[in-house]
Design a protein around this ligand. Structure first.
Ligand code: DGY
Length: 321
């Protein structure tokens, strides 16, 4: 590896990851963890060999075009790469990598939390305990929906989807899935394949979105598709907000077509959608699918493994462009 390549690290990373970075690279760190504007990002990239960004940095075609020629690789600290214009990176022959595998368990944990939270009205109950409005108990009080034994439809049966399926089986759920291609029976573990999203939507009590957002999947849960869902179904999204037509989704939550939703991701982040936040039948988290210490460390090491491979002259394992 050439002596100490220069790396722009856009956000504060776990201590152990920054220590490892310091050993082998000459780093620009962001100790205050401030979100850089695009102009700052381009300025700080001057003279650097690599960037280690998160999904919070919007690496649009315009930003990519303004990066200095010294940048050879962008090693993302994220599995999702929808914040990167991959075509623009390829055009400039800048390598792009991500961090798959290491956040599947963490994200699946949050999917199950959202599923239980939405079905059992945990958001409403928690708010009641905090604002002192719990005044009575009756058989009709806070009645939700059972998760156990219900049918779960997973859209995107990749690494995260497969772990969600595995955890859901702990609740005796009957797992169905849609994926671009059918999995081997070893990976399916008895899950039923649908080669068409509409058929999956029409068959399931719970739908979990677990696919990446890209030009093919953007707006996948359109108004038309929502109309195909079972009446009173529950939707879980730990993938990306842009998979959903949020306006149509809000209408469906208001009408009861979708009984409840558990969401970790939104079209606009940070902040989410204030209209969704007003709806009592939603259980909401602020994009924390991968937010546990073990996973954060593993994501950092994975990004570093990709950088190390690149600067040692090998192909990084997780190259996406
Ligand atoms: C990911 O890795 O894509 C998560 O959403 C966090 O960025």
């Amino acid at each position: 590896m050439p002596a100490n390549p220069k790396v722009l690290v856009t956000r504060k990373l776990p201590k152990a990851v920054e220590e490892r970075l310091n050993n082998d690279y000459d780093c620009h760190f962001n100790p205050d963890d401030r979100l850089y504007s695009s102009d700052e990002l381009v300025d700080f990239a001057q003279g650097m060999d690599a960037i280690l960004p998160c999904h919070t940095e919007k690496l649009t075609a315009d930003v990519v075009a303004r990066l200095p020629d010294t940048i050879k690789i962008v090693a993302n600290f994220s599995v999702g790469v929808d914040h990167c214009d991959l075509a623009a990176f390829s055009e400039r022959s800048i390598v792009v990598t991500n961090t798959p595998d290491v956040l599947s368990d963490a994200t699946a944990e949050i999917a199950i939390l959202l599923m239980l939270g939405a079905a059992r009205r945990a958001g409403e109950g928690e708010a009641m305990m905090r604002n002192g409005s719990w005044k009575d108990w009756s058989p009709a009080f806070m009645v939700g929906t059972s998760v156990t034994g219900k049918r779960l439809g997973i859209i995107g049966m990749g690494r995260v989807g497969q772990v969600v399926a595995k955890r859901a089986r702990g609740f005796d759920m009957d797992v169905h899935y849609y994926n671009r291609s059918k999995l081997s029976s070893e990976l399916e573990q008895g899950a039923m394949y649908h080669d068409d999203i509409d058929s999956l939507l029409a068959s399931c009590d719970f739908i979990s979105l677990n696919c990446p957002v890209n030009p093919d999947t953007k707006g996948l849960l359109s108004r038309k598709r929502i109309s195909k869902m079972r009446d009173g179904a529950i939707l879980i999204n730990t993938a990306r907000g842009a998979l959903i037509d949020e306006e149509a989704f809000i209408d469906a939550l208001k009408s009861g077509k979708i009984a409840a939703a558990g969401l970790d991701v939104y079209c606009v982040e940070p902040g989410g959608n204030p209209e969704i936040s007003q709806l009592p039948n939603t259980f909401l988290l602020p994009h924390i699918g991968s937010a546990n210490q073990e996973t954060r460390d593993a994501m950092g090491y994975r990004a570093l493994d990709n950088l190390d491979a690149f600067f040692k002259g090998s192909e990084p394992n997780d190259r996406v462009a």
